[in-house]
Design a protein around this ligand. Structure first.
Ligand code: T4K
Length: 368
């Protein structure tokens, strides 16, 4: 095979010199981690960007999910989606809570708010929806249910950097929102994440928890992990923040080119364009309906792969079908999510994906 390999994504990076300039002072200060200058600066920049007050930075997005659950001292059951990355479900389980899987909506793959109430029991303490692919959940309906039953809402907002909904940054919805700044995300700090909390007291607890629960040099007030974002990662964030708008603009052009070519193919459904949302174009999922398209998702996936194009089956398998949970959950309780997971794949998407490469991918999908 001679054609160049195209991966599902490619990290956004600043010019090398810009990063070198940013980290130069670390050689002078020798302050490399533990809430240093870069960490604190990035936190302030993000507060401004999101127009929210209570923000903390963490070593990754998964840690944000776990620590918010721990800081809220939740017990019992958490209603969530299985149509997500392993992290969402694992965070619930690793916090000693029980995930209760709710089905998702056909058109944007987010938690189906109309199905939440029937899953609420006296053990339910929270809802953890995911703005999957950057598609914003039905935040109004979810909030109403949460208020009625006095439940916490913690959004897994890993895919939403740079997005706003109804004029407000996505970070401002729910009791908490958790971001991922992983290398594969629209905005990255290599590894990293952030949590935004409505209640300052929860944030204060997270700040202590993320440093082993250390309150000060002679007092340890909680049992926490090491969840700190180091200075090299924060410096990468400071650099990438200067470029994220132009990265998103370039991603938009990629998505428009895909849409132009793939919008009218029998059996291929593209991600819905969400209303009232400023999108970050983070993923480009397509659904393949074998009966109408004449080829299954897996066959198309293999065909792309044979041509050097590495699409991904995000999010297959559903988390409630993971081998590690065998016999524990009934996938037929989330039939929409189950069907979607067998039809979905995400096509390569990154700022510098070349027009010729997009056309090559589309050609394979069109001429099947
Ligand atoms: N919640 C949700 C809904 C999430 O999607 C995620 C993470 C989390 C929570 C947890 O956040 P973090 O704790 O990770 O901050 C990737 C990412 O590792 C993961 O962050 C992400 N979701 C998930 C959807 O995708 P993999 O196992 O598919 O990654 P990998 O190594 O196969 O990389 C995919 C492609 O990205 C590669 O083919 C090439 C490119 N790549 C990868 C790396 C590591 C780069 O260009 N640069 C890189 O450094 O999980």
């Amino acid at each position: 095979m001679s054609e160049k390999k195209i991966l599902v994504t490619r990290s956004s990076m600043p010019p090398l010199e810009e990063y070198v300039d940013e980290i130069r002072e670390l050689w002078e200060s020798r302050w490399l981690t533990n809430m240093g200058k870069k960490h604190n600066l990035l936190k302030e920049e993000l507060k401004k960007l999101w127009n929210v007050q209570n923000v903390d930075l963490l070593v990754n997005g998964h840690m944000a999910l776990e620590l918010v659950l721990q800081a809220m001292e939740l017990k019992g059951e958490v209603i969530t989606t299985p149509f997500t990355f392993a992290s969402t479900t694992h965070a619930i389980l690793r916090s000693g809570l029980t995930p209760v899987f709710c089905d998702v909506r056909e058109d944007d793959y987010t938690l189906d708010a109309a199905r939440i109430e029937e899953l609420i029991t006296e053990k339910t303490s929270a809802i953890m929806p995911v703005h999957v692919y950057g598609n914003i959940c039905d935040v109004e309906a979810i909030e109403k249910i949460a208020e009625k039953y006095k439940l916490k809402v913690i959004y897994d907002a890993a895919h939403t950097f740079g997005e706003s909904y109804k004029g407000k940054s996505v970070a401002s919805y729910g009791d908490a929102s958790c971001y991922s700044f992983h290398a594969t995300k629209v905005f990255n700090t290599i590894e990293g994440g952030a949590v935004i909390c409505r209640d300052k007291a929860v944030l204060d607890k997270i700040e202590i928890l993320k440093d082993f629960g250390i309150v000060d040099a002679e007092s340890v007030g909680a049992v926490g992990p090491n969840g700190k974002l180091n200075e090299f990662c924060a410096a990468m964030g400071l650099c990438n923040l200067r470029h994220h708008n132009s990265e998103i603009k370039k991603r938009k052009q990629v998505v428009l080119r895909y849409r132009q070519q793939l919008s009218h193919i029998e059996g291929i459904t593209l991600n819905k364009e969400c209303r009232d949302t400023i999108s970050n174009y983070s993923y480009f999922p397509i659904l393949v309906d074998e009966n109408k398209y004449g080829m299954s998702r897996d066959e198309l996936f293999d065909r792309l792969n044979a041509a050097g194009i590495s699409a991904r089956k995000y999010f297959y398998p559903l988390t409630n079908t993971f081998a590690v949970f065998e016999g524990k959950y009934d996938v037929h309780e989330t039939p929409v999510a189950y069907r979607l997971s067998k039809q979905v794949m995400t096509l390569p998407l990154y700022a510098d994906l070349e027009a010729g490469d997009i056309d090559r991918i589309c050609d394979i999908i069109i001429k099947h």
